[in-house]
Structures are given as C-alpha cells and as structure tokens.
Ligand binder design. Structure first.
Ligand SMILES: *[C@@H]1O[C@H](CO)[C@@H](O)[C@H](O)[C@H]1NC(C)=O
Ligand SMILES: [Cu+2]
Length: 128
C-alpha cells in the first residue's frame, strides 16, 4: 500500500470528522421495554416527552404483529383516532422509522379501540 499524500490524509480526516459529527444520532425503542402496545401505567405521552428527538434519529416500533400495527397519520386523524386515511402503514412488528427531517410525527395503532385506549405517539422533532 502506498504512503498517503498530505492532501489525502486531510481528506480522510475530513470524512472521519463528518461521520463522527453525524454519529450522535440516537436509536429509540418506542415504549422502551414495553414496546408498542396498549399502554399500562406509563403512556406514550410521558415516554416521548422524556426524550429530545433530533433529525437523524431512528425510532423502532416493536410489537406482536397479530395484535397491533403502526399508522403514521395526520393531526385530525390522530385526535379523532381515525384509522382509515393514514399517510403510511407499518405491519411487520419490528418497524424502524428514520427521522429524516424536522416536523411533527403522529402515530396511532390501527386496531379498533387501541388508539382510544392510548396507543398513540406524538413526536416533535425540532429544526436543528
Ligand atoms: C428489529 O429492527 C432492528 C433495527 O432495524 C434490528 O436491529 C433488529 O435486529 C430487528 N429485530 C428483529 C427481531 O428483526
Ligand atoms: Cu394496537
């Protein structure tokens, strides 16, 4: 292997520092050990408000796909628990969602009654 020239070393240094700068992105499992389910003692409101989400983070929904799913919905559907007009639907039971831009992300479970019972997640990602 040839010895790297100074300008090549500088380029490698720049690439590494750029990678390091973006590696602060965080991976979150929704609901922590409880996962994505009908909430028990702690709800998803307190879960999300205990975190500071940023662009580049990933959130993971883990659940029994026989019992639940994940819908990304508009604000009015989030409030009314309307499962009929989602923006996106996830059903694998191990769904990761990459936060590529700032915004307000709203998720509900599409199984009848679950959103009403509190299986809904409101995620605010500020412009960083
Ligand atoms: C679930 O997804 C995460 C993140 O993509 C991955 O690391 C993990 O291995 C997956 N688990 C299963 C059981 O597929
Ligand atoms: Cu559900």
């Amino acid at each position: 292997m040839a010895i790297a020239k100074p300008e090549e070393l500088l380029l490698m240094f720049l690439i590494l520092t750029t990678l390091y700068g973006t590696s602060i992105s965080t991976f979150y499992k929704v609901g922590d050990s409880a996962g994505w389910s009908i909430p028990g003692s702690s709800d998803y409101r307190s879960w999300s408000s205990s975190k500071t989400f940023a662009v580049g983070d990933t959130i993971l929904f883990q659940y029994d796909q026989q019992l639940h799913n994940v819908l990304l919905v508009h604000l009015h559907d989030y409030h009314s628990c309307n499962v009929n007009t989602p923006i996106a639907t996830y059903t694998t039971g191990n769904d990761s969602f990459f936060i590529g831009k700032h915004g307000h992300y709203l998720f509900i479970c599409g199984i009848p009654g679950h959103c009403e019972a509190g299986q809904k997640l409101d995620l605010r990602v500020p412009n960083s």
